[in-house]
Design a protein around this ligand. Structure first.
Ligand code: ADP
Ligand code: MG
Length: 336
């Protein structure tokens, strides 16, 4: 590492450097740094794999106590980790939680936070098995979630092939717009649905598992930093390029209603805003019908937003007016 500053290389530049310095010859390690989850073979045959993922939430970086209630915060802390297991098509099982807490924090805050955690854990049958606790100036929450999967069914960021379709579940930009509304207008009436998407994301565990079990995708990632930047991560790991049609980006009715108060361009925030926690995946065109009927049967919109191209094409965005764009800032990145 040189005398340069983190703000020059950004979060992903830093992870790239850390990754370059790590090599492993462990045959049990299926996936180390570079995907949503680390994957480790279990037992003699190695058909079953252990999944491990971790995510951190920091006060005033990831959440603002003036509009976050502790129970919601507990749910979200676990939900963002569940989303990473969803992106592999895995089964979440156990988690550890480490907390940095200021000494003047009320005990009722902590109780309510744990009630939220339990509420999120219950439907997924995930169990709390440990953690760590420390004094801190601001609230810091780190969860390490363990899960399991069948090696041949799992989906990685790598695996997308030229000619595949690019799909995304749900709608994009709601959480980012919800946050913007909270920051600029507060909890105003009529925008509750968008605010809820920011405060209470729902991980797509079932969708991820169904796609993986049926081998209906070639690669998958969860959209946590913004659809364009997460697409770029999938492309990078797969060694391919892609074209994304702006006009196909799925926008909710509420998003369409509120975005005009903030921007003339309705797509910019939906393409670059973070915290959608939707699944982005690639699949060969012959699976289109299967994917449509999956969307119908689960009642989750799944939209074909692009196609996979050779790597030399990079990531192209086709604007609604037909012009091609290759934006330099794709989405959210720490230190930038
Ligand atoms: P996600 O948004 O899915 O949580 P990240 O962008 O945070 O993924 O991380 C990408 C990859 O880099 C993951 O494999 C993650 O484990 C790894 N990673 C992130 N930060 C670090 C770090 N400080 N040291 C080592 N690996 C890291
Ligand atoms: Mg992820």
């Amino acid at each position: 590492m040189t005398g340069r500053l983190l703000q020059e290389i950004g979060e992903f530049g830093l992870i790239h450097r850390i990754r370059k310095g790590i090599t492993s010859s462990d045959p049990a390690l299926v996936q180390g740094i570079g995907d949503d989850v680390a994957v480790i073979k279990m037992g003699e045959t190695g058909t079953k794999v252990l999944l491990v993922t971790t995510d951190i939430l920091i006060e005033d970086i990831h959440f603002d106590l003036s509009w976050t209630d502790p129970s919601q915060l507990g749910r979200k802390a676990l939900a963002v980790n569940l989303s990473d297991i969803a992106s592999m098509g895995g089964i979440p099982k156990y988690f550890l939680i480490s907390l940095g807490l200021p000494k003047n924090l009320s005990l009722s805050f902590v109780s309510s936070f744990y009630r939220g955690l339990k509420k999120e854990a219950k439907p997924f049958r995930v169990e709390l098995i440990g953690g760590d606790t420390s004094l801190s100036k601001k609230i810091v929450i780190n969860i390490c979630l363990l899960g399991e999967g069948i090696k041949k069914d799992l989906l990685f960021r790598r695996g997308a092939r030229v000619g595949d379709d690019l799909f995304v579940s749900g709608t994009l930009g709601d959480a980012a717009l919800g946050l913007r509304i909270l920051q600029e207008k507060g909890k105003i009436r009529g925008a509750e649905g968008l605010i809820k998407k920011h405060l209470s994301p729902r991980p797509r565990i079932e969708l991820g598992q169904v796609i993986a079990k049926h081998h209906w995708a070639t690669a998958m990632i969860d959209v946590s930093d913004g659809v364009l930047i997460d697409t770029s991560h999938l492309l990078q790991e797969s060694g391919v390029g892609a074209r994304v049609w702006e006009s196909r980006i799925p926008l909710s009715r509420l998003y369409r209603k509120w975005i005009s108060h903030f921007s003339k361009d309705p797509f910019q925030l939906s393409l670059s805003g973070g915290e959608d926690y939707e699944l982005l995946f690639t699949a060969p065109p012959e699976l289109r019908e299967r994917i449509s009927s999956l969307a119908r049967s689960l009642g989750i919109p799944i939209t074909r937003i692009g196609e996979i191209l050779p790597i030399k094409k990079g990531l192209q965005i086709i604007k609604t007016d037909g012009k091609h764009d290759s934006p330099s800032r794709l989405g959210f990145e720490h230190f930038r």
